[in-house]
Design a protein around this ligand. Sequence first.
Ligand code: NAG
Ligand code: NAG
Ligand code: NAG
Length: 299
Amino acid sequence: MNTFGSPPSLSVTAILLCTIGLSCSLRIDDVSIPEYKVRGSSARLTCNYSLGDFTLYSLKWYKGDKQFYQYIPGNKKTKNTFVVPGVNVDVDSSSAVTVVLKDVELETSGKYKCEVITEGPLFHTKIGEGNMTVIDLPDSTPVLEGVKTSYQLGERVHVNCTSPYSKPAATLEWHVNDELVRKPTWLRRYEAQQEPDGLETAVLGLTFVTKRSHFPGGELRLKCVAKIATIYFQSQETSVIETGFFKHTQAEERRHKDHSYFFGNSAPRTTTSFFSLVLATVAVLLNTGFHVDLVQPFL
Ligand SMILES: *[C@@H]1O[C@H](CO)[C@@H](O)[C@H](O)[C@H]1NC(C)=O
Ligand SMILES: *[C@@H]1O[C@H](CO)[C@@H](O)[C@H](O)[C@H]1NC(C)=O
Ligand SMILES: *[C@@H]1O[C@H](CO)[C@@H](O)[C@H](O)[C@H]1NC(C)=O
């Protein structure tokens, strides 16, 4: 058996076979490194390879440039681990193909690489790699702040959605009556707040002036969605009611109604219209009186 230290004696046949692609068939078929893992869980990293005509000399796993695991069938102690911060190998569950990391932490995030080396005379090496990101989920579902139980028409809504203590910070979205808010003027973006232990709190504000159309069926629904990568999706929803007009808007609304009324394309429903009706009636009465006065001398 060749040891890694002595230079392999190159066999011409092997080189020829290898060149024409027959027997140098060491291949890494599939490296499976989870893209995302929740903090505290276990991660299974698999380096699936085909040795072809060769036998395995070693399988090694690295985080960045630092080796943390090796499997060498020729060694007395087949499996060996090396200390790398954030990497906690479950030796019993690890093999010539797979390495299992238990209790992953934020520091476990990084680039992972497996290296397969076959026995001489030709030492073939293949490398497969992938990134893993460990996610610390938010402490709670998104929290809505500053929401009143009711709003007047024309009143400004000023609310925040907060997704506390996660890594990375959650991506937030506001939905008004189930429609995703895209208008930049409606959204207030804030930098994620830095928390202890490298965690972050995401905040997204929503602000707009209410209109009657925002209350279909008398109700305005506000929903905030928090997402992290493909593994976290939580939302918080609330509905508020409308309580009539806000003071100065009431005046505007009245002007609008009067305008419509005088052009005859809206039914007279407002108080103002009622007064107009009274005025009209008074005018008719005065008119009648005036007429009476006018005709009386002729009687
Ligand atoms: C390894 O790859 C082979 C063929 O490419 C496949 O049949 C097998 O299921 C894979 N094993 C694992 C553990 O991925
Ligand atoms: C891993 O992440 C680094 C940057 O963080 C990136 O440059 C690289 O392309 C990623 N590799 C893979 C296999 O996704
Ligand atoms: C929303 O959050 C920002 C940033 O934390 C804060 O300045 C603002 O006062 C908050 N507004 C409400 C309505 O809570």
